[in-house]
Design a protein around this ligand. Structure first.
Ligand code: SF4
Length: 292
């Protein structure tokens, strides 16, 4: 298959040569385990059933999962093995199946999800850098979309992710996600059953991006749209030498962003506490749940 799944349009045969996402045609997974640090409506008390896919089509300089995204650490698994990974997660009682960084596997994943028929909600947890036409392949197969909108302007998108066209694609993809699943609906225990949750991690020295992203959300989606404003930024990798993203976000920066977002009138916002900016939020990528 010549791969043009995502906006990178590598045009490579992934079984012969890797594109920007650094993986072939087989699923590659680095970890599958309950995760307790997602939004409360996703983690609940039993955890969210995260499946971390290896490789990434975006490749941000500050990626906290860089071992698996940039390094593509993980184990190749067949579609049947992926279903067994899902089974094991469900046996642990998780509230949902949370597919993390799945963009570069969408066509293969659509086939697996159609066959699997998950009894719990399926979450598509992505960077937002994807084609709306690719997201269309998941219609009826994903219950909860959890995309980032990382940048509004081209300059930071190019500088930190090498993708000047990031917002052009992410905005169209998010509108398609909303068309499919609408706003978040919770069950009687406050756990999400369906809907769109938009994440934005506020970057130090870049709070204008947060404000512009949520202004766009306010103008293009219902005011009930669930938004998650993350303050956990910690400099990793190349970002350690790239001011202003070589430091953590200050409390003042986050409080300015929070006040501006609240003033926009959003009705469903998740804000993180100061303790969020620690490495305890970063899972250990050790093939847990993958080596069955
Ligand atoms: S999915 Fe990977 S190989 Fe395909 S276009 Fe995107 S980055 Fe390139």
């Amino acid at each position: 298959m010549v791969c043009n799944i995502c906006p990178r349009n590598c045009g490579v045969q992934r079984n012969i040569k890797h594109g920007v996402c650094s993986v072939g045609e087989s699923f590659r997974v680095a970890r599958a385990a309950p995760h307790h640090w997602e939004e409360p409506c996703l983690s609940g008390d039993k955890g969210s059933g995260t499946v971390f896919f290896s490789g990434c089509n975006l490749g941000c300089v500050f990626c906290q999962n860089r071992d698996i995204s940039h390094g593509a650490f993980g184990k190749d698994v067949t579609p049947d093995e992926l279903k067994r990974i899902f089974d094991k997660l469900l046996e642990s009682g998780v509230h949902n199946l949370n597919l993390v960084t799945p963009t570069h596997f969408v066509p293969m994943l659509a086939r697996v999800l159609a066959e699997y028929n998950s009894p719990v909600p399926v979450i598509y947890n992505s960077s937002g850098y994807e084609k709306a036409e690719t997201v269309k392949m998941l219609e009826g197969l994903v219950d909860i979309y959890l995309p980032d909108i990382k940048y509004f302007d081209s300059a930071p998108a190019l500088k930190y992710s090498g993708a000047a066209d990031y917002f052009e694609y992410a905005s169209e993809a998010v509108l398609e996600m909303h068309r499919q699943v609408g706003e978040v609906e919770l069950d009687e225990n406050g756990i999400a059953k369906k809907g769109l949750i938009i994440r934005h991690m506020v970057l130090p020295g870049n709070i204008s991006q947060a404000v512009k992203v949520f202004e766009w959300v306010k103008d293009n989606l219902p005011i009930e749209t669930y938004i998650s404003v993350m303050r956990q930024y910690t400099p990793f990798g190349k970002a350690k030498d790239m001011p202003p993203v070589n430091r953590k976000l200050s409390a003042r920066e986050y409080s300015i962003v929070k006040a501006k977002i609240l003033a926009m009138g959003f009705e469903n916002c998740n804000f993180q506490s100061g303790e969020a900016a620690t490495e305890s939020f970063i899972p250990n990528f050790n093939l847990e749940g993958v080596d069955l």
